[in-house]
Design a protein around this ligand. Structure first.
Ligand SMILES: Cc1cc2nc3c(=O)[nH]c(=O)nc-3n(C[C@H](O)[C@H](O)[C@H](O)COP(=O)(O)O)c2cc1C
Length: 266
């Protein structure tokens, strides 16, 4: 089984690419009944948010450990982690390793994959140029094949990640600051371009968006910070703190293979 979280489709595409080779099932929820009897490898695939894993995915891993420890999911023989990022992951793999170790699980292999960037909420951050997106997606295909080979061969004690410069500063100093001041949904707003189509409500992975009386989106405090609403708004009418008005939108086409994502919201 491969458990994943994906805001804009990158991590989903990577999880799908691995599953195509390993034959594993994919799930974005932890359901004991979904777990195949003969599945001795478990994978976790998610994006890196501020040099750490998304809060919601930490809950997923924690829930998985509870279910294994209470015998509702069988204990795997092999655990792997794949982190997708725009540039680098800081100490994210260590964070996950520590989380698993608390319940006596060991991460056997850990990988990072550079994918098109999705963070746009601060000045100086924008989506990658079309050319860079294509380059990253092309390299990612080779990288996914390599990762899948390692998983297939059950390579252990393997860490193949790009931590980047000053990774401890990023994960242990900047990340807490980011989590305190730059997460949550209170800064989302719409422009006049919003026609109240409701697409953002249907696609939010956290079911965190409802409609106001005029049909415009209202965020309800359970945001995963994934920016799916921003990137997929068909009218580019959703923005963050007025800072994204000139920024681009991006999502991976893999997202359209998920139920509920086949409309364009018109
Ligand atoms: C809130 C947020 C924080 C991010 N932080 C980082 C980061 O610390 N390092 C990095 O390289 N990319 C960062 N990114 C970019 C994403 O990790 C990257 O684009 C990822 O592949 C998105 O995956 P998804 O499409 O599955 O959501 C961030 C993106 C978001 C939305």
């Amino acid at each position: 089984m491969i458990y994943y979280f994906s805001g804009t489709g990158n991590s989903l595409a990577v999880a799908q690419g691995i599953a195509m080779v390993t034959g594993q099932q994919l799930s974005d929820t932890i359901e004991p009944t979904l777990h195949g009897e003969d599945d001795d490898a478990v994978g976790f695939v998610c994006p890196v948010y501020a040099w750490g894993i998304p809060r919601t995915f930490k809950q997923t891993i924690t829930r998985w450990m509870e279910l294994v420890n209470t015998g509702q999911i069988s204990t795997p023989d092999y655990i792997f982690l794949v982190l997708t990022c725009g540039d680098d992951i800081g100490m994210t793999d260590k964070e996950v390793g520590r989380l698993l170790k608390k319940s006596n699980f060991r991460l056997d292999a850990c990988f990072s994959v550079a994918m098109p960037n999705t963070y746009v909420c601060l000045p100086g951050f924008d989506i990658d140029s079309e050319e860079l997106q294509q380059q990253k997606l092309k390299s990612a295909n080779e990288r996914i094949a390599e990762i899948a080979r390692h998983i297939h061969c059950r390579t252990r004690r393997l860490t193949q990640v790009v931590r980047g410069a000053v990774p401890r500063l990023k994960s242990y100093v900047l990340r807490p600051l980011f989590n305190t001041f730059l997460t949550g949904d209170k800064h989302f707003h719409t422009t006049d371009a919003c026609n109240g189509c409701g697409y953002c409500q249907r696609i939010c992975p956290m079911h965190n968006i409802s409609a106001t009386s005029d049909g415009k989106p209202q965020w309800n405090g359970q945001c995963a910070d994934c920016l799916r609403c921003y990137h997929l708004c068909p009218r580019h009418a959703i923005h963050y703190a007025g800072r994204t008005l000139q920024k681009g939108q991006y999502h991976h086409k893999a997202l359209h293979t998920k139920p509920g994502h086949h409309t364009d919201g018109q």
